[in-house]
Design a binder for this molecule. Sequence first.
Ligand SMILES: [Zn+2]
Ligand SMILES: [Zn+2]
Length: 279
Amino acid sequence: MTNLTNYHSHCLYCDGRANMEDFIRFAISEGFSSYGISSHAPLPFSTAWTMEWDRMDDYLSEFSRLKAKYADEIELAVGLEIDYLNEESNPSLSRFQELPLDYCIGSVHMLYSPEGKVVDIDTPADHFRELVDAHFGGDLDFVVRLYYKNLLRMVELGGFDIVGHADKMHYNASCYRPGLLDEAWYDTLVRDYFAAIAERGYIVEINTKSYHELGTFYPNERYFSFLKELGIRVQVNSDAHYPERINNGRAEALAALKKAGFTSVVEWHGGKWEDKEIL
Ligand SMILES: [Zn+2]
Ligand SMILES: [Zn+2]
């Protein structure tokens, strides 16, 4: 097995289910060549799934300790998965930029409802339906447009390297309304977003977290050849919250990328991102 890497993973500093070291040891035992830790960055309010600012020093020093300890066995990188919430809280904030990180992932998990309530829309599909009905009056189009508006704003503001699970809402939204992905306005929205990503040179991860459970990658495989056309660089990440899931869906994602014409993925080697042939 080759291209054994993963740069999207959570540990006990946020909502992951094992220590940072457990993930690294598991990656080594699976033969990974490089690995990245990306806890959910602090938000302006407490949640059950994000790190708090007072844990940041420990997070960084624990990573440094492990990087030195396992230097002969695996190349390690430290990052954060940072939410775009609004203009005041997003990856471009100087507070994030000043951290000694190797990389950042930019993601959207939450939207403001018209009443100003923060709604976490990164939920199972049945709960997503309830949230759209309760907080957005059942207006799915509004929710989808708001999601891509925020994603596009995140891309404009910058401050990150990798676009996290680029179109993750597509699964829930198409459970709410089957056929959505084939609607022209939706397709245009997604393609404009990828064009903006390509213009600015971000890496797009192929997020395999739900592949075994839901049968889809984020972004959806239907866009892989479009990403290739746009010249976007990609990498396969499992968004693992459990050590034993770090390799889930990776081989399937690499095969799908190859089928779409990709010959390389981006890996962390020698302290920087490098294009590596898909083998
Ligand atoms: Zn995420
Ligand atoms: Zn994540």
